[in-house]
Design a protein around this ligand. Structure first.
Ligand code: MD3
Ligand code: FE
Length: 222
């Protein structure tokens, strides 16, 4: 059966990037079209926007779905249950996206991953993301699952200190990475996305990161 051979072929290209970081090449291939339709629906309700940070405006445009969304302004970053543009909750996390993330996490050994936040990054050509750590989730025992769609990019995979040397990992449409355990707090980034056209997304790269977030003070009822 052609499908099984193809699946085996993809599985053979899976790579452990470092302890706790598993790259699943082509893992989102079957779901990609549906996921991109979900992104269209989500961003009709919660449009892509370039957020401010204490050091300037980001080149990546962002939106979110799920119970919490990652937001930033001149004062810093945090997770918020409401979209600051609308004052409304973020659109729901689509079941297909949740399922794919859970299946990817399970392949890496995380059996009870239950993401409640998904950051959606849109890279137009010339957009990039500098080296950073993700440490606002309030829960480092859960992994983060990253899905790449559309134009290719070079992912920078560093160490636990900003000055550690970074590995360059080329990512293409439908690649999925699970980052957990000893890799959860490594520095990482994305080099400038090059001009191009991809049949699935036209002139951009979309990255979805699924996270299990615990926000202090938000769940307290008193
Ligand atoms: C490793 N996004 O949104 S995904 C981010 O391609 C982010 O848009 C990049 O870094 C992108 O925060 C890279 C890979 C990724 C995401 C989160 C991580 C790697 C990670 C969190 C911890 C460790
Ligand atoms: Fe990150």
């Amino acid at each position: 059966m052609t499908n099984d051979l193809f699946a085996d072929d993809a599985a053979m290209r899976n790579t452990v990037l470092s302890d706790g970081a598993l790259l699943l090449r082509g893992f989102a291939l079957d779901a990609a079209r549906n996921l991109l339709g979900c992104v269209d629906d989500i961003t009709r309700a919660a449009p892509f926007r370039q957020m401010l940070t204490p050091s300037g405006v980001m080149s990546v445009a962002m939106s979110n779905c799920g119970q919490f969304g990652w937001i930033s302004d001149q004062n810093g970053y945090r997770y918020s249950a409401l979209d600051p543009l609308s004052g409304q909750p973020w659109p729901a996390l689509p079941i297909a996206l949740l399922d794919l993330a859970k299946n990817a996490a399970a392949k890496a050994g995380f059996k009870d991953f239950s993401p409640n936040a998904c950051l959606i990054n849109r890279y137009a050509p010339s957009a990039k993301m500098g080296l950073h750590q993700d440490k606002n989730e309030g829960n480092f025992s859960a992994p983060i699952v990253s899905i790449s769609l559309g134009l290719p990019a070079i992912f920078l995979w560093g160490g636990l200190q900003r000055s550690d040397p970074a590995m360059r990992v080329p990512l293409v449409h439908s690649d999925v990475i699970v980052f957990g355990g000893a890799s959860r707090l490594r520095y990482h980034g994305v080099l400038t996305v090059k001009d191009g056209i991809h049949p699935a997304t036209a002139a951009c790269r979309i990255n979805l990161t699924l996270r299990q977030v615990r926000v202090a003070n938000t769940q307290r009822v008193c």
